[in-house]
Design a protein around this ligand. Sequence first.
Ligand code: HPA
Length: 276
Amino acid sequence: MTENIIYTKLKTAYNDLVKKIDFKPELAITLGSGLGKLADVVDVEQEISYSDIEGFPVSTAPGHKGRFVFTHIHGIPTVIMQGRVHRYEGYSASDTVIPTRLMGMMGAKTLIVTNAAGGVNKNFSIGDLMIIRDHLTQFVESPLMGPNVKELGTRFPDMTEVYNKEYSDTIEKLAKQKGISVQNGVYCQFSGPAYETPAEVRMASILGVDAVGMSTAIEAMAAKHMGMKVCGISLITNLATGISEVELSEQEVIEAGENASKYFIDLVLDFIKTLK
Ligand code: HPA
């Protein structure tokens, strides 16, 4: 039988990780740009830098630390990905989702994925949280391309409900109770690293997109493929190109993340309480 190179790569990283870390997470959280502080407020029980895991794609993006943190949140064993890996750093889509798949292979059944995004919906304001209800991912290569890893999931996985409705409804309800400005919408992953042009944002709007970014959709797809329950929250850090009157900068994105950090962390922690 021919070797499945994608699975071999995953197994190499997995075997190395479980040799170094003795922890069985039930919950996984991926933190987006400027939202990394959540990992700083928990009790770090174990941690490992991505660069210490064999074959792991290492993040080079600004504002991304690059480690797995292992902790208990409200008693739930949790792995936090502080700093994600992006497709635009030059990794293939299937390499980009290695971290997500590893968290699932370690035992996580639920994934909370977060990101910074540009608001396309004209009703959105900077600082809003958007519950991701669905996504467009066809502008970037599929992370499931290549030989299927049948140990994880089926060749043609259904994507009717990538983002778990019950969890998303709970997050929305909690956000409203807390007085956080919350929106629901469709997220579109573009390739980056350049921000979109005004024409691309107009196209996204016509296609029903509410927010654009450079991550998340392929991670959510890989997690769904392996049967994880996924929920996603975007922080609207800026209005997308052409809607915004100012040029976009990474500084603006990081600052908006820092400003939202407190209510974002509160909301995520409150949601985790409901998972007990
Ligand atoms: N576009 C793409 N990615 C982003 C944006 C944006 O406007 N804001 C934060 N991440």
